[in-house]
Design a protein around this ligand. Structure first.
Ligand SMILES: C[S@@+](CC[C@H](N)C(=O)[O-])C[C@H]1O[C@@H](n2cnc3c(N)ncnc32)[C@H](O)[C@@H]1O
Length: 251
């Protein structure tokens, strides 16, 4: 199961646990609260997969009841350290997003953030995981997916990119292969620490969805209504302009 090893501590610290990503999560959580009008702090939220807990910690800090699920134990430990440092408390379970039976109907809101769907072997398995995520929400609740979309990748696809991180201490290089037929992108992301020479490489594969395709999958799996946005501030989705795709499903 490759997706288990999407990050180790080193690469997580260069990406989802970096200062820049933590700051982004802080802003995104405010945006989600505004967009969904989450005034009642008693709403029960599930963040799956929660990674290093960057959004979970922010919800928790604002007084919301939030639970996290994540497959990678190393990332859960980072999330727990973050919570402890801030003297906060939230349950985080190690689990697979394709089996969320014991959480069915338990939440008012489920969040799936930063391109965290499409990791499974084929379309059937990917749709099954999406249905499991949706089932965690009680009748009348909401689900939010924040991801990329096929049309954007068609526009910007490049088989190789590299950049240095914000502090200029790490090179992050990525080689990719995009199969237009299956709409799957496979790639290897490599990190080189310029000071120590330490390297770390991670394979990933993601099924990219067209906006309407994903909307229909969500509708087919129990949502009554799905709204599309181009960001968490609620700007309208534009298939030719939007970099990101946000779907808010009403269950
Ligand atoms: C792109 S990261 C996003 C994490 C988090 N939502 C964020 O924004 O930082 C995707 C996460 O999915 C986790 N993951 C991959 N496959 C999973 C699975 N089958 N079940 C649960 N988590 C999984 C990875 O370990 C990784 O933390």
């Amino acid at each position: 199961m490759w997706h288990k090893y999407l990050y180790d501590n080193f690469s997580a610290n260069q990406t989802i646990n970096s200062k820049k990503f933590l700051q982004t999560a802080n802003e995104q959580v405010d945006d989600i609260i505004n967009l969904l009008g989450l005034n009642n702090k008693r709403v029960k939220i599930l963040d799956v997969p929660c990674g290093t807990g960057r959004h979970l910690v922010q919800f928790c800090k604002r007084g919301y009841k939030i639970t996290g699920i994540e497959i990678n134990r190393d990332l859960i430990n980072i999330a727990k350290d973050l919570l402890a440092k801030k003297k906060l408390n939230a349950p985080i379970y190690q689990g697979n997003m394709n089996n969320l039976k014991k959480f069915a109907g338990k939440f008012d809101l489920v969040t799936n953030l930063f391109s965290s769907i499409g990791y499974f072997q084929n379309d059937k398995e990917n749709e099954y995981a999406i249905s499991e995520i949706l089932k965690t929400v009680r009748h009348g609740g909401k689900a939010i997916f924040e991801t990329t979309h096929r049309r954007y990748i068609d526009r910007v696809y490049s088989p190789i990119t590299w950049h240095t991180d914000i502090t200029n201490k790490t090179i992050i290089a990525e080689t990719r292969c995009f199969d237009k037929k299956t709409s799957c992108m496979e790639g290897i992301q490599s990190f080189v620490d310029l000071k120590t020479g330490k390297t770390s490489s991670h394979y990933h594969k993601i099924r990219l969805y067209r906006a309407n395709e994903l909307k229909n999958i969500i509708l087919k799996n129990g949502a009554k209504k799905v709204q599309l946005y181009s960001d968490l501030k609620g700007n309208p989705f534009d298939i030719n302009q939007s970099k990101r795709l946000i779907l808010i499903a009403s269950l």
